[in-house]
Design a protein around this ligand. Structure first.
Ligand code: MG
Length: 183
C-alpha cells in the first residue's frame, strides 16, 4: 500500500468527490421483484453529506457501471453535480469528469468497493476503499473507511476530507445555523 504522500496530504487537494454507487452508497445487495424491478437502499446520512459538500464548494459525482435509473434518481434528489450511468471504464469516466470540472485528477477523490473501480482509483488524487471492499481494491487505496458500503461511507469521507482541510468545524457550524440551531 502506498503510504507517501499520506492520505491527509492528498485530501487537502481534493475539490471533487466521486463515488461508485453499488457497494459504496448501498451495501451491494439488490432486491429484484417478480417483474424484474430493482430496489436498493441508501443511507440518509450520505444525503446530508452531499449538502455539506456543496456548502464547502466541493463538487460531487457518481459513476456506476449499472444502467438502472435508480442512481440517477438518488443523485438528482440529493443535488449531486453529475451522475454517470453505464460506465464500464471508470478510469476514463473519472478523467472526463475532471476535464468537465476543469480540475486535475489530483484534485479528485474516488470511492470504490470492487474491481471495476480500480482504474478510477489508480487515477484519483485520493483513492478510497470502503471497509468491506475487495482486498485488491484496498491494496490500491490510500484510505480505507471505517464504514462498510451502505452504512454512511460518503458521509465519513466528506467529513474526513473537510477535517484534513481544517474546514469541518466551519462547515458544521454553518449547517447547524442554517437549520435554526446555534453553533
Ligand atoms: Mg461497486
Amino acid at each position: 500500500m502506498t503510504r507517501s504522500p499520506s492520505w491527509t496530504t492528498r485530501a487537502r487537494h481534493v475539490r471533487l468527490v466521486v463515488t461508485d454507487v453499488d457497494g459504496v452508497l448501498t451495501d451491494g445487495r439488490m432486491i429484484l421483484s417478480d417483474h424484474g424491478d430493482e430496489l436498493k437502499s441508501f443511507h440518509t446520512r450520505d444525503g446530508v453529506a452531499v449538502a455539506l459538500a456543496r456548502q464547502a464548494k466541493l463538487r460531487t459525482a457518481m459513476i456506476t457501471g449499472e444502467t438502472s435509473p435508480i442512481a440517477k434518481t438518488r443523485g438528482d434528489k440529493l443535488g449531486v453535480d453529475v451522475v454517470v450511468l453505464g460506465a464500464r471504464r471508470k478510469g476514463e469516466a473519472l478523467e472526463a469528469l475532471c476535464a468537465q470540472f476543469d480540475l486535475p485528477c489530483t484534485a479528485a477523490a474516488y470511492i470504490g468497493d470492487d474491481l471495476l473501480d480500480i482504474p478510477a482509483l489508480q487515477r484519483a488524487g485520493l483513492a478510497v476503499a470502503v471497509a468491506d471492499a475487495a482486498d485488491e481494491v484496498k491494496a490500491v487505496a490510500q484510505l480505507v473507511t471505517r464504514a462498510a458500503g451502505g452504512h454512511g461511507v460518503f458521509r465519513e469521507v466528506i467529513e474526513r476530507i473537510l477535517r484534513a482541510q481544517r474546514r469541518w468545524n466551519d462547515v458544521l457550524s454553518t449547517y447547524v445555523r442554517d437549520h435554526g440551531g446555534t453553533a
